[in-house]
Design a protein around this ligand. Structure first.
Ligand SMILES: [Zn+2]
Length: 571
């Protein structure tokens, strides 16, 4: 029966040349051996799994090999074999984490004076040396101050800053660096080829990426995926084992944002919430994904081989996204994602930021001329027929070309034909309130910004939310939050105003109602609330004559038709 040997053990480097990514160290050590300038103590520091103890063992073999000292230990003599098996009397590997006390070091010191049993050197490899106690370090220091000529210490640590300076100053220090993804993919490819593993390049790239610079981790993961999938290893399997979010999700979300599909975007995020995804990591990965789409856009498919090689993504999928939009849109999305990424880890409900971003980006897309031009044409004729609307918004002449500019529209304002003078006051009040809420409690501000209509009625501030934003509504309604908003309202308005939140009915139903004529009647008797876009603050601060330009009005009318029409309750 063949005993199973893990890939990590089987492929553990046996020569300095086999160690990946640390040539600056292995070359120096080889030169020291060649020139017979071996130090009494070395400190190998660096992240886990990058070759510190492996290098220490190769150095031990190089010095104690029966053909040594040599840069190329034979790996065949009794000394080499015993060192490889961890059974050499002269090479002692000590785990600093479990032998950290003074007694262990005293014992080590008591034996240190004896000559090596069979090799030329007595070599102590102390792993995780930073774990030793202060007393143990002090005892060790005495040995390092007067080292016996045949003794060599090799300390390995992931935390060199925890090693006392007195020790460091007596060691030759080497810093082992994290491996690059390319270095790891190369080594994994070599292993996969020689082991005849059924695994594709994309899978190896994913493994390398997930191991974040640790070759040992990469080899363990490779072991795991090969054991898991008996036949061909696919990238889907690797993602599943690694708990990575499938590329398809990034693709779907980005697609939804690009085409302005708010509903799908929010559904995807909702699903991720259910799956307990780490949103900080998700946003970071989404930035990288979107960045690849932008590179594809800029470089073109033929020049982008390097991206695909690095990213392990499917080029056709990326191309499809890249072809469906322009570079400005992609860069805008990346900018928004970066803003979300900066803040998201401080949020108790991190997905809210992502949701708001999706709403913002998809809503602005919905307003873009290209997508809406057909609807606009229909609307223009409708509006011209509807004298009511013209009156209520105070304009008779509406021209299509006013819509050709990309609109920065706003939401949350009330346009009431019965209350025109009050409207102005309300806008002022609302912009002040928003500014103060933003300053005092940014989370409340984001909740308010998720609303799609705001109205002051008697002594109540009515804030409407779309059905998707139930969470925002409920958060805002919490006593502690409501108190803050009401206090600010009272302060700014000089009277008691209560906050009232509600969910706005389904938009499509309203459209149907409108088409069937129900809503027209209601408009006639009552005042109209118009849904406006996310840039409300700008809009409010720039209000005045320009606000009444036919462009704005037509936008508002557009929103009116596509959006929400309210009827004021009569007491
Ligand atoms: Zn040997």
């Amino acid at each position: 029966m063949i005993k199973y040997q893990s890939i990590y053990r089987k492929w553990r480097p046996q020569f300095f040349e086999d160690i990946v990514g640390q040539k600056h160290i292995t070359q120096t050590l080889k030169n020291a051996i060649k020139l017979n300038r071996i130090s009494h103590a070395y400190l190998f520091s660096g992240p886990r799994g990058v070759g510190k103890t492996t290098t220490a063992r190769i150095l031990a073999k190089a010095l104690n090999c029966q053909k040594g000292p040599t840069e190329y230990p034979c790996n065949q003599c009794a000394q080499c074999i015993r060192i490889n098996q961890g059974q050499s009397m002269d090479v002692l590997e000590i785990d600093g984490a479990s032998n950290r006390g003074i007694d262990e070091i005293r014992e080590l010191r008591s034996k240190i004076g004896f000559a090596p049993a069979e090799g030329k050197y007595k070599i102590y490899i102390i792993d995780e040396v930073h774990m030793l106690t202060n007393e143990a370090f002090n005892a060790l220091l005495k040995t390092l101050e007067e080292p016996p000529s045949q003794v060599l210490f090799i300390f390995a640590t992931t935390a060199p800053q925890k090693v006392p300076k007195t020790i460091l100053s007596r060691c030759q220090c080497f810093y082992f660096r994290r491996l690059s993804r390319e270095e790891m993919v190369d080594k994994l490819t070599k292993i996969a080829t020689e082991e005849k593993l059924n695994i594709d390049l994309t899978s190896l790239q994913l493994i390398a990426e997930s191991a974040t610079g640790s070759m040992r981790d990469a080899e363990s993961i490779l072991d795991q995926v090969v054991t898991y999938s008996e036949k061909q290893v696919t990238s889907e399997v690797v993602r599943e084992i690694l708990g990575l979010i499938p590329q398809e999700i990034f693709w779907q979300l980005l697609k939804a944002i690009i085409i302005g599909d708010t509903k799908t975007g929010l559904e995807i995020i909702n699903q991720l919430v259910k799956e307990g995804v780490d949103f900080h990591k998700f946003v970071q990965d989404l930035i990288v994904y979107t960045h690849h789409v932008s590179l594809l856009k800029i470089l073109g498919k033929d020049n982008s081989a390097a991206i695909f090689y690095r990213s392990g993504e499917e080029p056709e999928k990326l191309s499809e996204l890249s072809n469906s939009t322009n570079i400005k849109t992609i860069l805008d999305i990346i900018e928004e994602l970066k803003l979300v990424e900066e803040k998201i880890r401080y949020y108790y409900y991190p997905w809210v930021l992502l949701e708001l971003m999706v709403v913002k980006l998809t809503q602005s897309k919905e307003q873009s001329y290209q997508k809406e031009s057909k609807i606009v044409n229909e609307l223009v004729s409708d509006i011209q027929k509807t004298s009511l609307v013209e009156q209520s918004i105070g304009i008779g002449e509406i021209r299509e070309d006013h819509l050709s500019k990309n609109s920065k529209n706003s939401k949350n304002k009330v346009l009431s034909r019965n209350k025109e003078p009050k409207q102005d006051q309300f806008e002022q009040l609302w912009s002040k309130v928003l500014a103060r809420v933003k300053k005092e409690r940014i989370s409340l501000y984001t909740f308010l910004m998720a609303s799609n209509s705001v109205l002051i009625e008697d002594d109540q501030l009515m804030v409407g939310f779309p059905p998707d934003c139930l969470f925002h509504k409920e958060s805002l309604e919490k006593r502690v939050n409501r108190d803050i908003v009401e206090a600010i309202l009272k302060d700014e308005a000089n009277c008691e105003i209560k906050l009232k939140c509600f969910i706005v009915e389904d938009k499509t139903k309203k459209d149907e109602d409108f088409k069937s004529g129900k809503k027209k009647d209601k408009i006639e008797d009552n005042k109209v609330i118009i849904q406006l876009g996310a840039e409300q603050e700008n809009q409010i601060s720039n209000k005045g004559e320009s606000n009444l330009s036919s462009k704005n009005i037509l936008e508002k009318a557009l929103d009116l038709f596509g959006g929400t029409i309210f009827e004021e309750k009569k007491e």
